[in-house]
Design a protein around this ligand. Structure first.
Ligand code: UD1
Ligand code: CA
Length: 462
């Protein structure tokens, strides 16, 4: 067999086991390690997506103390087994035996704390396993900074003999620079026959890595290939590692967008979650964060200094020094500088929202202008209406929220207070500084404190 064997053959009979049950004490966190987020996705998502790309059957995820939280995150995309006592990575794999022992083929095992791993690297492991006759195939890598990785011990003929955990290394073994990333592929029959023979370590743990020595002692040759990219092999044990991984991921994400036609004027200060989509010819200026389920259309200019989260933004929009959360923004909308869109803000096409405006749970129809210092909450505003500087929808009476409705083509004078619930009809006007406590009919003008009708609609006076 040669190394370019068709991996689809193995895919059919491949089960994947992801270890995610560790107590992750080194994170010093109340949140399980695998649910810490990285570029907008929980850590476990990265392993899950890899597994989904490699095997047809859902992976088996070994979960521990935080079982419910992890299940809640992944739902039906995985099969689960629980490890009630955290007795090490070997013990974690033992928990999957009842579920998988009846199936032949291959079992790939990896750890849930490796978000930088690429599918290409995992495919190399599967190819190695498919091509060889080994009961155990694995990848290794070189790094001068071994920090916590198991060391690969090779015999004089170059064959892998054992993996020795850092804590168990002799002083000489500590100097070994070939390391264990923790990516293994086993012959299923062999794995389930031998998993119970792992000895307990002095610390009371069962190391999965001991299976290497066990295979060698039985006369098997362990298939091992050294891969070049050490960055991919980063395992997250601490928050320092988390930040390092995030920096690498951010670089990858930014490159992906630039290659797809997005200009990032300063990639070093551009923070885009893995979940974000951006159209071509959009320009992202420095110190900008695009987060969560956000999509940005084509030809937009975003930033500098803006945060957009869980928002669908159309084409040809500008967002300058502003914060946009949970909003819908249609095409040709101008936002900022210093605007704040909150949950449920919906700006139709051509809306202009200038400085120091806040919009929450409101629909602003096409062409609405809200240039300066306004709060619009729980409102519906018809198309082409002009909202004067300092206008406030007084939507909260201390216990309840109320709605404001403003018709199309109205003119709301500067500093108008709209005391909700209240309606302003189409084409109506309010005077500067008016406090509107009662509905204003279509076409009418209201002024004063509280506002009284000064001019009735045109049709009524004729
Ligand atoms: C492990 C390897 C080490 C390798 C390194 C790569 C072992 C014994 N050591 O060390 O050789 O260089 O990964 O990053 O395998 N887990 C469980 N149940 C447990 C213990 C751990 O499910 O009882 C899970 C953890 O959630 C984690 C993974 O297994 O996702 C690895 O555990 P971790 O404690 O991070 O192992 P390392 O010390 O990094
Ligand atoms: Ca680890």
């Amino acid at each position: 067999m040669n190394a370019t064997i068709d991996t689809s053959l193995t895919l059919n009979s491949l089960n994947i086991v992801i270890l995610a049950a560790g107590d992750s004490t080194r994170m010093r966190s109340d949140t399980p390690k695998v649910l810490h987020t990285l570029a907008g996705r929980p850590l476990i998502e990265y392993s899950l997506r890899l597994a989904e790309g490699l095997a047809q059957t859902p992976p088996v995820v070994v979960i521990g103390r935080d079982a419910e939280a992890v299940r809640g995150q992944l739902g039906g995309r995985a099969r689960y087994v629980e490890q009630h006592q955290r007795l090490g990575t070997g013990h974690a794999v033992m928990q999957a035996r009842d579920l998988l022992a009846s199936q032949s083929g291959a079992v790939a095992v990896f750890y849930a704390d490796m978000p930088l791993l690429t599918i290409e690297t995992m495919q190399r492991l599967l190819q190695l396993h498919a091509a060889g006759t080994s009961v155990l195939s694995m990848l290794t890598f070189e790094s001068a900074t071994p920090r916590g990785f198991g060391r690969i011990v090779r015999a004089t003929n170059g064959d892998v003999q054992a993996i020795v955990e850092e804590v168990d290394c002799t002083p000489e073994q500590r100097f070994i620079t070939e390391l264990n990333p923790g990516l293994y592929c086993f012959d299923a029959g062999w794995l389930w026959q031998n998993i119970d023979t792992i000895p307990v370590s002095p610390k009371g743990e069962y190391y999965l890595t001991d299976l290497v020595g066990i295979a060698v002692a039985q006369g098997h040759r362990v298939a091992a290939v050294k891969v070049d990219d050490a960055t991919e092999m980063l395992g997250i044990n601490t928050r320092v590692h988390l930040a390092e991984a995030e920096a690498v991921l951010r670089g990858r994400i930014n490159r992906r967008h630039m290659q797809a036609g997005v200009t990032l004027s300063d990639p070093q200060t551009t923070y885009i979650d893995d979940t974000v989509a951006i159209g071509r010819d959009t320009v992202i200026l420095p110190a900008t964060h695009l987060r969560g389920a956000t999509s940005v259309g084509q030809g937009c200019r975003i930033g500098p200094g803006s945060t957009i989260e869980n928002t669908a933004l159309g084409n040809a929009c500008t967002v300058t020094y502003s914060v946009v959360e949970d909003a819908i923004v249609e095409d040709h909308v101008e936002i900022g500088p210093f605007a704040h869109l909150r949950r449920g803000a919906h700006l139709a096409s051509g809306v202009h929202m200038g400085n120091f405006g806040e919009v929450k749970n409101s629909y602003l129809g096409p062409g609405v202008k809200i240039g300066h210092f306004s709060y619009i909450g729980d409102a519906q505003i018809g198309s082409q209406t002009n909202i004067g500087a300092g206008t406030i929808t007084c939507n909260y009476d201390g216990s309840q929220k109320h709605r404001t409705e403003i018709g199309a083509g109205s003119f709301i004078g500067s500093d108008t207070m709209l005391v909700a619930p209240v309606r302003v009809g189409e084409g109506a006007r309010t005077g500067a500084g008016s406090v509107v406590t009662r509905d204003v009919p279509a076409g009418a003008t209201a002024v004063g404190v509280p506002a009284r009708l000064r001019r009735l609609p045109q049709s009524d006076t004729e």
